[in-house]
Write a protein that binds this ligand. Structure first.
Ligand code: GLC
Length: 472
């Protein structure tokens, strides 16, 4: 194998967010790439067969944790998938959270055992991968371990790439937990440290040969706002690059998507109308209005808390539209949205759940997709939305600014707002609703966004160029 992606998520085996989508798609577009993730007890993993390829154990403090590396037997993914089976650590259904929605108490032991297991296995390869490509803080210690643990010295010349999908989470923990780490050269202590904690994200940014993030604009933003790592990112800027994510056009294909009951044939308006009708039947919303939809985690980062206010502001101005919200997350917000549904019937309806199939249906049947994010490294929902003919209304930040230029400018095709305020967001809604009134222009816009190409090919080529700078 040439490229080994090391990650906590990979669709369809284990997905909690966009990281899973990216790691499940990018390798398909790369020559000889494989993925390794922990062996969770997700439904998908449990429905598959694996073959053991390596066996070992990791020392964590005074204990020894046994693991096996197993290869997926099915070849349908388009790349080789390996899972690290670490009984007692990862044999749970949730990727990060238990069934009550709480984080696991042994996250540090989990990620340390996973990362070391992977390195032990890779060390034994006759031919080492050309690049170890790590994703987010869960795998952030890999470049450090390679550089500073005698145990993994044989990997010292193996180039590493570290991709930041989300700079808000660092995986940082207290120095009191130092005893959980394997032996490393004491002079490397400072490399683990950021603001008096052991910070895996910071260590990765320091140690990886190349650092990337998932859009050029987010790369710039990180130097200004990275939850405390701004200085570090400024310092390491010369080895860093923003590479826009793509989407998997095989999964997101309006002509074939098995999660849609009506597919795109020749006519886009017919496709949109039929799918909109399905939403109008399923949800309690008035007909004859544009549908504005939010899909995603009900989290601060995604700006979900702005939804009630922006919708209030819009409706209180005497305007009419149908709003649908799909997602789970913050409990208070869920309660608030549930109340809004009753208060604003038939203009607001919600599905407070995680539902991949319904998400696809919403992309196909909506007129607009709302993304009021506070932070958005790349954002994939706007890309899925456009592929299915829903116009994105986005806050102009991160990857949203890179992928959705405002319709007011040259070649623009979406609606932007800048300030995180109900007034600014509602203004974008007003503009969008007005635009929707002119059906001829709106249909032309739908046609345009559906023809845009956000497939992985281009990004995969950019990654390839980056690898070639470090492959010997
Ligand atoms: C994270 C980011 C999102 C990005 C995704 C994949 O989920 O929040 O913006 O698209 O990772 O890189």
């Amino acid at each position: 194998m040439r490229i080994l992606h090391i990650s906590a998520e990979c669709y369809p085996a284990a997905k909690a967010g966009g990281l899973g989508d990216v790691v499940g798609a990018l390798p398909k577009y790369q020559k000889d790439a494989a993925v390794v993730i922990p062996k969770y007890h997700t439904k998908w993993i449990q429905s598959q067969s694996f073959e053991e390829v390596f066996r070992g154990h990791v020392r964590i403090h005074q204990g020894s944790v046994s693991f096996t590396i197993q290869k997926l037997l099915s070849v349908t993914l388009g790349f080789d998938l390996y899972v690290v089976d670490i009984p007692t650590k990862y044999d749970r259904p949730g990727v990060y959270l238990d069934i009550n929605g709480y984080g696991f108490g042994d996250e540090i032991e989990r990620s340390l055992s996973f990362q070391q297991a992977v390195l032990q296995w890779v060390q034994k390869f006759d031919q080492k991968p050309a690049v170890l490509h790590c994703h987010d803080h869960h795998t952030g210690l890999v470049p450090f371990l390679i550089n500073h643990c005698p145990e993994f010295e044989s990997l010292k010349n193996t180039p590493t790439v570290f991709t930041i999908h989300n700079g808000e989470y660092h995986g940082a923990f207290s120095w009191q937990k130092l005893f959980l780490l394997p032996y490393f050269k004491s002079e490397a202590r400072g490399i683990l440290d950021w603001k008096n904690t052991i910070n895996p994200l910071a260590a990765a940014i320091k140690c990886a040969w190349k650092v990337t993030t998932v859009s050029p604009n987010y790369m710039k933003e990180l130097t200004q706002s990275a939850n405390g790592l701004e200085w570090l990112l400024r310092g390491e800027y010369s080895k860093s690059q923003g590479i826009l994510n793509g989407i998997d056009n095989q999964v997101w294909d309006p002509k074939k998507d098995p999660l849609l009951s009506v597919h795109l044939k020749k006519s886009i308006p017919k496709f949109k109308e039929a799918n909109k009708k399905i939403l109008q039947d399923r949800f309690d919303i008035a007909k004859g209005l544009p549908i504005f939809t939010f899909i995603g985690r009900l989290a601060r980062e995604k700006g979900a808390d702005l939804l009630p206010e922006m919708i209030n502001h819009f409706l209180a101005n005497g305007r009419k539209a149908a709003f649908i919200i799909l997602g789970t997350g913050n409990k208070n917000l869920m309660n608030r949205l549930e109340r809004m549904k009753h208060h604003y019937r038939p203009y607001v309806d919600v599905a407070l759940e995680y539902n991949e199939g319904l998400a696809h249906q919403l992309y196909a049947g909506s007129d607009f997709i709302l993304m009021p994010s506070r932070v958005e490294p790349c954002g994939l929902n706007q890309l899925y939305a456009m592929r299915y003919g829903s116009v994105p209304i986005v806050r102009k930040i991160g990857g949203l600014a890179d992928t959705v230029p405002d319709i007011g400018g040259e070649d623009g095709y979406g609606f932007n707002f800048t300030h995180f305020s109900k007034e600014d967001a509602a203004l974008a809604l007003f503009r969008a609703a007005d635009f929707h009134n002119d059906q001829k222009s709106f249909k032309a816009l739908q046609k345009k966004i559906m023809s845009l190409d956000f497939s992985w090919e281009k990004s995969a080529e950019t990654y390839e160029n980056l690898y070639s700078e470090i492959i010997r």
